[in-house]
Design a protein around this ligand. Structure first.
Ligand SMILES: CC(C)(COP(=O)(O)OP(=O)(O)OC[C@H]1O[C@@H](n2cnc3c(N)ncnc32)[C@H](O)[C@@H]1OP(=O)(O)O)[C@@H](O)C(=O)NCCC(=O)NCCS
Length: 204
């Protein structure tokens, strides 16, 4: 049974590469330059990490990736070594359900990089994780840009759920979007061609 994601996942706009400790310098720069936006929404971005801390975070993420417990990627423009964001695939408490998260360096927003990365990783989950039945993407209800992304990738709005308030922007409620395993995947691109009927309820 296949339970691993590839170390890199590419499309025309963006390359997703498995975390590696050598990304520390570029990642630190990208987080620092985006900190005001990230800290509004992302729990891990409440304090700017030191470079040593970031190296450890990258090492742990790489180990977790290789152990297939979570899959964290940095985002690059094709051929570049400058990080333009991050995206990750995570297991959830519900068997067969995975979640995707993303962020983009502030100077690179509006170029559809997050949409491209989320599309690539959504397809990768269904291609490579045999037990994957559903992928979710969630964001705080006050976040304006992030909810524009899932519907472009055929995710359906599954519900509004209570959540802990961790960051300054959080309202205590998040929008949850879900995509069920498609009936057909193209072999080469992973394009989602059709979907199973979506569940009406979102009960765990
Ligand atoms: C949210 C975020 C990932 C978007 O990244 P991005 O690469 O700019 O996203 P994309 O360009 O792929 O798509 C963004 C969409 O939001 C839309 N959008 C942007 N700002 C918006 C706003 N204020 N109101 C409504 N829609 C907005 C864009 O028009 C675009 O839709 P379009 O392609 O149909 O025009 C990025 O801004 C970010 O990292 N923000 C801070 C952290 C964060 O919020 N992460 C997500 C947590 S769930």
């Amino acid at each position: 049974m296949d339970r691993s994601l590839a170390r890199s996942a590419d499309c025309d706009l963006v390359q997703s590469r498995r975390w590696h400790p050598t990304f520390e310098s570029s990642l630190h720069r990208a987080i620092e330059k985006s900190f005001n936006e990230l800290r509004m929404w992302i729990p891990w971005a409440q304090v700017l990490p030191t470079r040593d801390e970031l190296t450890l975070v990258l090492e742990h993420g790489a180990n977790d990736f290789d152990a297939d417990s979570r899959w964290e990627y940095s985002l690059f423009r094709p051929g570049s070594h400058d990080i333009v964001g991050g995206a990750g695939v995570h297991r959830t408490d519900v068997p067969g359900r995975y979640s995707i998260g993303y962020w983009v360096r502030t100077s690179c927003t509006g170029e559809r990089l997050a949409t491209a990365a989320a599309r690539t990783l959504s397809a990768a989950v269904f291609h490579h994780l045999d037990d994957a039945e559903q992928v979710t993407i969630a964001m705080d209800r006050a976040n304006l840009a992030s909810p524009a992304i899932p519907p472009k990738l055929s995710y359906a709005l599954a519900g509004l759920e209570d959540r802990d308030i961790i960051t300054e922007g959080h309202t205590g409620q998040e929008l949850v979007w879900s995509l069920d395993r498609p009936l057909v995947l193209t072999a080469s691109t992973g394009t989602v061609l059709s979907q199973r009927a979506r569940k009406r309820s979102f009960a765990a």
